[in-house]
Design a protein around this ligand. Structure first.
Ligand code: AMP
Length: 574
């Protein structure tokens, strides 16, 4: 069996497991950490969540356990982590790598029943993953014994110190055997961490990820935006962002083969034309995919890094990182695929709250800012789509050659207000152009980054082109979470006159945002929006008209209070 993981010294059986999980190649932290750890060295690794650091320490640890062929007994390895969530997550990772091969990993943390944990320890384990406080409790009561320990890992050491675990960690480390191996991982290396490293690590291998800086100006022109979103809502968030961006062709990166398969399937389900590439495809399949890509038949190509490496496509409008890449270098490499030939490219990155540090590492490396934006609301998408329809109509108007259609408009104009005739035609065009737009009302909760820790302004807005056309920003975001009324269905629509227009810099998103924020309405209750030089007209369902008027009066639009009233009743078109 050929595998880059075997090249690092891992056993064929572990490499087989990784292949089964869809891992195609090691991440940088893994390439640098696995060989020294297998050789028995101590290690000091600077790496944040999202770099693949869990596997970097878990795989060597499991390989030792497997080589010893011991039945589960007193733990052979101890991993200390700051939180209960991380204890569970790391234990799950250990289980996914070693479970089928017979290794037993147990998470123990505060808040859960002590007795049950003690029993599980008594039955025997290979690896214990623990929060320091609870580990110390078990140690004191004799339910956790560390005499057989071959390795200790401190994971997210800086977080553990921040949480006040310094003393507990010292006491636990004192109870470990003298010859044990130790690895310390930390996103940052402040002096207190360096002090622990000095005291407890013996001539450690040092592994730092993402230290080099790129030369200014070597990166292509790319608009870079990140969306912070919980894992469970990532696909919905991406669907929404892609609806808004309407990419000509986006390359979407996922981490593993399995994730590529799943993501492609889910995006297909949302109405996109999707193909995928990963190391599991035959040359034939790959050729077929590339043919469709070149023929412009697809919107999205979902791929792993390895599969995308040899990819030669000219017209990528967007690069999407479904996860933050495992190293800043990989980010730079990926986004370098868009924005070629003088055109501005777009790079979109989905970030889970825990991974926010990785963004900063990337910004340090590239010395470029990544905008952090809120996930667009359905209303943003709708405003943007209306905008696209407007754009399409505008080019038709500029082209002229409409004479053959004047017969229809002239006839109708004798009966109806010409503007109403035009509006009806716009509606028809809009419905036709956007016929396959998904009806997406899913609630994507805004992420509340821990106070004081977020490295970006909370209300960041993407600089989506054309500027200002999108994002009612956090206001609309809040409304998206609000309880919605039933969709307007066939309800009558009325128009609201707003006394500010293009000359005041007013955009559709401002109106949608103001109404949505105050009046808590669903996107379907807001109809066409027209922005003229000195005024604007918003169509809303009759039911919410009063609320919408109140909302618009209560907010300032582009910094000013403006006249808002019901527009003259329309002549009926029914
Ligand atoms: P971590 O930084 O340890 O939290 O890992 C982040 C994510 O990357 C986890 O979901 C892992 O399953 C995944 N992962 C770790 N190593 C690899 C790899 N070599 N290839 C693909 N995915 C990986």
């Amino acid at each position: 069996m050929k595998s880059p993981f075997i090249d690092l010294g891992l056993s064929p059986e572990l490499a087989q497991v990784l292949a089964g999980l869809g891992y195609e190649e090691p991440t940088p932290i893994q390439s640098q950490s696995i060989p020294p750890l297998l050789a028995g060295r101590d290690l000091l690794g600077q790496a944040a969540t999202g770099t693949g650091k869990t596997a970097a320490f878990a795989l060597p640890l499991l390989q030792r356990v497997l080589a010893a062929r011991r039945k589960p007994a007193q733990p052979a390895a101890l991993v200390l982590v700051p939180t209960r969530e991380l204890a569970i997550q790391v234990a799950e990772a250990l289980h996914s790598y070693g479970g089928k091969l017979g290794t037993v990993a147990l998470p123990i943390y505060g808040g859960a029943e002590f007795g049950r944990q003690a029993q599980a320890l008594k039955r025997g384990v290979h690896v214990v993953v623990a929060t320091p406080g609870r580990a110390l409790d078990h140690l004191r009561r004799g339910t956790l014994q560390l005499q057989s320990l071959g390795s200790v890992v401190l994971d997210e050491a800086d977080e553990m110190l921040d949480m006040g675990f310094a003393e507990d960690i010292e006491l636990i480390l004192e109870a470990t055997p003298a010859g044990r191996q130790m690895a310390l991982f930390s996103a940052t290396l402040p002096p207190r961490i360096a002090a622990i490293a000095d005291r407890h690590l013996r001539e450690p291998e040092r592994v730092l990820i993402g230290r080099e800086k790129t030369e200014k100006g070597t990166l292509p022109r790319v608009r870079q935006t990140a969306y912070v979103v919980q894992r469970a809502h990532k696909v919905a968030a991406l669907g929404r962002v892609l609806d808004l961006e309407a990419p000509a062709l986006a390359l979407v990166f996922a981490r593993t083969r399995t994730e590529v398969d799943e993501l492609a399937e889910k995006l297909r389900g949302r109405g996109f034309q999707v193909e995928l590439l990963h190391g599991g495809l035959s040359q034939d399949q790959r050729d077929r995919v590339m043919k469709r890509v070149r023929a412009g038949q697809i919107d999205l190509l979902v791929a792993t890094d390895v599969a995308a490496r040899g990819l030669d496509v000219e017209h990528l409008s967007h690069v999407v990182n479904f996860d933050v890449p495992a190293s800043p270098e990989s980010y730079v490499h990926r986004i370098g695929r868009t924005g070629r030939a003088g055109r501005e490219g777009v790079a979109i990155t989905l970030v889970e709250p825990r991974e926010h540090r990785l963004l900063r590492n990337i910004e340090q490396l590239t010395r470029q800012k990544i905008d952090v934006a809120t996930v667009p609301t359905p209303m943003d998408v709708r405003a943007r789509r209306l905008d696209m329809t407007r754009g399409a109509l505008r080019s038709l108007l500029e082209e002229g050659e409409l004479d053959s259609y004047r017969v229809v408009t002239d006839a109708l104009a004798s009966e109806f207000d010409p503007l109403d005739v035009a509006a009806a035609a716009v509606k028809l065009a809009h419905q036709t152009l956007q016929a396959d737009a998904a009806h997406d009302e899913e609630h994507i909760p805004p992420v509340d980054l821990r106070a004081g820790r977020e490295p970006w302004p909370k209300s960041g807005r993407a600089g989506t082109a054309p500027r200002g056309e999108r994002g009612a920003g956090p206001a609309a975001h809040k409304a998206a979470g609000a309880k919605r009324r039933a969709p307007a269905g066939g309800a009558a629509m009325v128009r609201i006159f707003v006394g500010a227009g293009r000359s005041a810099g007013l955009r559709p998103a401002d109106l949608v945002g103001a109404i949505a924020n105050e009046a808590r309405v669903s996107a379907r209750e807001i109809g066409a929006i027209e922005i003229e030089e000195r005024f604007a007209l918003v169509e809303v369902s009759d039911q919410i008209a009063e609320d919408a008027i109140r909302a618009l009066r209560a907010t300032s639009l582009r910094g000013q209070r403006v006249t808002v009233r019901r527009d003259q009743p329309r002549r009926s078109t029914k």
